[in-house]
Ligand binder design. Structure first.
Ligand code: PMV
Length: 318
């Protein structure tokens, strides 16, 4: 029996991943670019060699689909593994479009391989985490991270890789939690529905690579207007593919729209603020540290809570 504990932060995509070219391996149809964030974290303890497979999330015993996803992931680490006990806690809402699956599978990949007596390098860990949740491959790294589509069928070349460390550029992501409830349609189902039913999906895929290049260049040049512009457009293109799927994927709520208008109002007042969203109603706003309080104040009337998050570091053993 051996136990290891790991901590990972969520990452928010600046240029979005939405759509898979391979379902079982979680290979993306598009590249993406993200920022790992401190402030929110997942802490996961794995005991390799337990009386039975057991999963606890935020103190609650979990079974069904969510548990089998975790235990199938552990089978990838060792097909002849012993029973394993996984206990994971988040200091932010889970399953609400706040990237808890990214930090969750990044922490799990690190803790589980270590508990199993394996020492994988970051790229190998990123490749493994991707198979649990695509966006998790980006949370193995801190700061600004890119995930390439790759060309290989086995996904070997589709991994997260650092673009710039967290201290390259001190930005803030102001997170407006419009509704912390669990989302009704998960990302895999949503992506497949978009791919198979939205007439806008192909346009989304066709324009994504240029956005990743533009976003990467903007990060390297520390050009916030350039990054914010491509970020907000990437989000709106992804949501256009969601909205035009059938049945439609409408993650937006009234507070979401109010936050987006508030962000545009800030820009009209000369404050550099740009919005991004994931598969949920929350709105995340990128800005400088100096503008973060003005941004938070503009979002507060429309949100349950507002968090100001800074660039964060890589997943690590506790
Ligand atoms: O990694 P998943 O399967 O939870 O998908 C994440 C998808 C988005 O959050 C909407 C976009 C992204 O790039 O993180």
């Amino acid at each position: 029996m051996s136990t290891a504990v790991a901590i990972a932060h969520p990452n928010i995509a600046l240029v979005k991943y939405w759509g898979k070219r391979d379902l079982p391996l979680n290979l993306p149809a598009v590249g993406s670019l993200s920022l790992t964030l401190s402030g929110f974290s997942t802490r996961t303890s794995v005991t390799w060699g337990a009386p039975a497979d057991r999963l606890e999330l935020d103190g609650e015993p979990i079974d069904g689909k969510e548990a089998s996803r975790v235990f199938r992931f552990l089978d990838r680490i060792d097909a002849d593994r012993p029973p394993v006990h996984v206990a994971s806690t988040n200091d932010f809402p889970r399953g609400a479009g706040l990237a808890s699956s990214a930090s969750g599978f990044a922490a799990l990949a690190l803790a589980a391989t270590r508990a199993a007596g394996q020492e994988l390098d970051r790229t190998e860990l990123s490749r493994l985490a991707r198979q649990g949740s695509g966006s998790a491959c980006r949370s193995l790294w801190g700061g600004y991270v890119r995930w390439d589509v790759g060309t290989r069928d086995d996904g070997h070349d589709s991994v997260g890789r650092p673009v710039a460390p967290l201290d390259h550029w001190d930005l803030r992501m102001v997170v407006a939690v419009v509704d912390a409830g669990r989302k009704k349609v998960g990302s895999t189902e949503g992506m497949e529905r978009s791919r198979t039913t939205s007439p806008y999906y192909q346009a989304w895929v066709d324009t994504a690579e240029a956005d990743v290049e533009e976003g990467t260049a903007a990060v390297l040049a520390r050009d916030l207007k350039r990054l914010g512009t491509v970020m907000e457009q990437s989000t709106l293109k992804m949501h256009a593919a969601m909205h035009t799927a059938w049945p439609p994927l409408l993650y937006w709520q009234p507070g979401t729209v109010a936050c987006l208008h508030a962000v545009h109002g800030l820009r009209n007042r000369g404050i550099g603020a740009w919005a991004t969203m994931d598969a949920g109603p929350q709105v995340k706003v990128l800005c400088t540290p100096d503008d973060a309080e003005a941004v938070a104040e503009a979002l507060r009337p429309h949100a349950e809570r507002v968090h100001v998050l800074s660039p964060g570091g890589p997943a690590r053993l506790a």
